[in-house]
Design a protein around this ligand. Structure first.
Ligand code: SAM
Length: 263
């Protein structure tokens, strides 16, 4: 492999994915660009065009072929036992579902992430959910090999709700520092990382944005590799990664030992 593990790269994932070792990734966890015209629907998605244009790279044309291309490359990088979570709004959901099935993935769950969103709309319902597609490379007959951790603190009632396919999780209120319009709350990325992978597993995030998936990997001792095309948003991710490593070290967690043991 020409790329290092436990590193993030400021590059186009289409280039980065081709440089990964084949069948090395345990979990694909990603929030790809939405491929929507924010001039028309921005307020539905809590993503203002003005901010997005400056820092965030959107896919404007042929979303299906773009999705097919990066998913095919991801398939090659994933172990035969690997699974994945993809976040999607409703506009491009059909393209992602079609591409997943064309590449050969098997859908396990279609999760609704319900969040609060206090916007006013005149003639339509307010969008206050995302779709999270949970899928695997494994055929049904080998499904017992799929990692699905019943995290013990949530396994008994009343924690059972944690394993339902509607997740009620608030968006973070971003206090101070650099704000990014598309940031996923760690409560969501932590959940995907903890359920879908084991300590030391390699997690791939091709569209890292401000890096929430990577932060969850560091917190829960997963190896990671991330790509982000926009320079400005990449630097936000790098700052957040630095900060969480520092916080873990201050708490006395020996992050370097963790990571070294899992290489
Ligand atoms: C929906 S956002 C991800 C947000 C992220 N989950 C977070 O917590 O901040 C998608 C990201 O993909 C990036 N992107 C778009 N095309 C890309 C490409 N070809 N390769 C890598 N990153 C890309 C965008 O700049 C954007 O930051």
């Amino acid at each position: 492999m020409t790329l290092s593990i436990n590193k993030v790269y400021n590059k186009d994932c289409l280039e980065g994915l081709d440089q990964l070792d084949s069948e090395s990734v345990d979990l694909l966890l990603t929030d790809p660009p939405f491929g929507i015209d924010f001039d028309k629907v921005g307020s539905q998605y809590n993503r203002k065009q003005k901010d997005l244009g400056q820092i965030y790279t959107e896919v404007k044309e042929d979303y299906y072929n773009f999705t097919l291309q990066w998913l095919q490359a991801a398939w090659l990088a994933m172990k035969p036992t690997a699974s994945g979570f993809i976040f999607s709004g409703w506009n491009q959901l059909f393209n992602i579902l079609n591409a997943l099935s064309t590449v050969g993935f098997r859908l396990v769950n279609h999760i609704i992430w319900k969040y609060q969103f206090g916007v006013f709309t005149k003639k339509r319902f307010v969008t206050s959910h995302y779709h999270i597609l949970y899928f695997t490379k494994l055929p049904e007959k080998d499904d017992k090999l799929r990692t699905f951790n019943r995290i013990s603190e949530y396994s008994s009632s009343p924690g059972k709700l944690y394993f339902e396919d509607v997740w009620r999780i608030k968006r973070d209120y971003q206090k101070g520092g650099e704000k990014t319009p598309t940031r996923l709350p760690l409560a969501v990325t932590d959940k995907c990382v903890r359920i879908g992978s084991n300590e030391g597993d390699l997690v791939l995030e091709p569209f890292m944005g401000s890096g929430s998936v990577i932060l969850s990997c560091i917190k829960y001792n997963r190896r990671y590799i991330g790509f982000e095309i926009s320079e400005k948003i990449f630097s936000v991710a790098q700052n957040r990664i630095q900060m969480i490593k520092q916080q873990l070290n201050e708490k006395g967690d020996n992050l370097e030992r963790w990571l070294a043991n899992k290489r």
